[in-house]
Design a protein around this ligand. Structure first.
Ligand code: KG4
Ligand code: ZN
Length: 333
């Protein structure tokens, strides 16, 4: 009955979770509010906040699980990708625990973990499944043949989908992270009001930088004519931007589904918390007879439960790391 303590510190959330036999017993997250005033994550401040949070967060996760640290069979941690100073805090903490407790260490790739968040709870997708992983730093379509065999079928060539949301929000004068705010305003807007271009990228890759530029020029032109334009039309602008981003994502996912013939299809990552994407994905699933899966909200944005579930599957397949393992800002799994 493998029991895993998992640590996540790749960006601006300090997370710890306990999982036993593939079931999440606790999942604790300390969100770092300090970055809001800077309009984005400040790496040095993130590292310092992780240093302050890591022990109380891990302690809270253990208490919530009602297990003792001695009951853990392995320590899993996010090794890559992310902010190097932030990753180092979690990596060193996990290595120290592993050494002190004499328990094996499991290095986890954050993007693999986002995909495997779909294996928390039930029903679970059957293998092979496809996953559209959309986060603040990545946009990928992944084919998952088993929990430890994943291949990237397509990915973004520039901005990630989360960045497209956050940068658009910034242009609208909204605070960081803007993705959830666009979601909120879009709910009361008409997505057909404004039309933004769709990039013509062949295959299964994505590009969002052209969209960002077209939104910038659009807003510059409109506010020149009417300085109050954004305030007057915020809901419709957000709905139109969100509609375009979702359209780009789902168009490629549909293409991947046709190309592979795979019917079990998931979404994951922070942007999969977007209500418009969740709805449009479900509708597309019904139309094309897919079995669709979306992680529960708390497992979409960064969390340690997804690190724990990945740690569990890596434990089962004997994928352990030595104490010489080091954090890495960008590593392919
Ligand atoms: O997966 P995640 O928590 O962190 C990374 O690994 O990057 O994703 C964060 C991203 C941010 O860009 C944030 O704006 C976006 O997910 N996000 C959303 C929503 N919730 C989070 N974007 C659109 N709508 C949301 N509801
Ligand atoms: Zn993430």
């Amino acid at each position: 009955m493998p029991t895993i303590l998992a640590i996540e510190t790749s960006c601006d959330e300090t997370g710890a979770a306990v999982c036993r036999e593939g079931k999440i017993l606790s999942n604790v997250i300390a969100t770092q509010k300090i970055h809001e005033q800077y309009g984005g994550v400040v790496p040095e401040l993130a590292s310092r906040a992780h240093m302050q949070n890591i022990v109380p967060v891990a302690d809270a996760a253990l208490k919530k699980s009602t297990l003792e640290i001695q009951n853990m069979d392995a320590i899993a941690f996010t090794q890559s990708p992310g902010l190097i100073g932030a990753l180092l805090v979690g990596t060193q903490f996990a290595k120290s625990l592993s050494l002190a407790l004499d328990k094996p260490l499991i290095a986890v790739h954050h993007m693999q973990a986002h995909v495997l968040a779909n294996l928390i709870g039930s029903p679970k997708p059957s293998f092979p499944f496809l996953c559209l992983t959309v986060s603040g730093g990545h946009t990928q379509i992944v084919q998952c043949d088993s929990p430890t065999e994943l291949k990237i079928l397509g990915e973004t060539m520039d901005d990630a989908a989360g960045e497209a949301f956050d940068k658009s929000a910034k242009l609208l004068g909204l605070p960081y992270p803007g993705g959830p705010l666009i979601d909120k305003y879009a709910a009361s807007g008409n997505p057909e009001t404004f039309h933004f271009p769709e990039p013509q990228i062949p295959g299964l890759d994505f590009s969002f930088s052209g969209l960002k530029t077209s939104i910038l020029y659009f807003l510059q032109d409109k506010t020149k004519e009417d300085p109050g334009f954004i305030n007057k039309h915020l809901n419709d602008i957000c709905a139109s931007i969100q509609h375009r981003i979702i359209g780009i994502l789902l168009q490629k996912l549909k293409r991947a589904a046709i190309k592979t013939g795979i019917k079990d299809i998931c979404i994951a990552g922070g942007v999969s918390a977007n209500s418009g994407l969740r709805k449009a994905f479900r509708e597309m699933g019904t139309k094309y007879k897919w079995n669709t899966f979306i992680p529960a909200f708390e497992y979409c944005t960064d969390n340690a439960a997804m690190i724990a579930i990945t740690g569990y599957y890596k434990y089962l397949s004997g994928e352990f790391s030595g104490l010489s393992v080091s954090a890495s800002a960008r590593a392919k799994w």
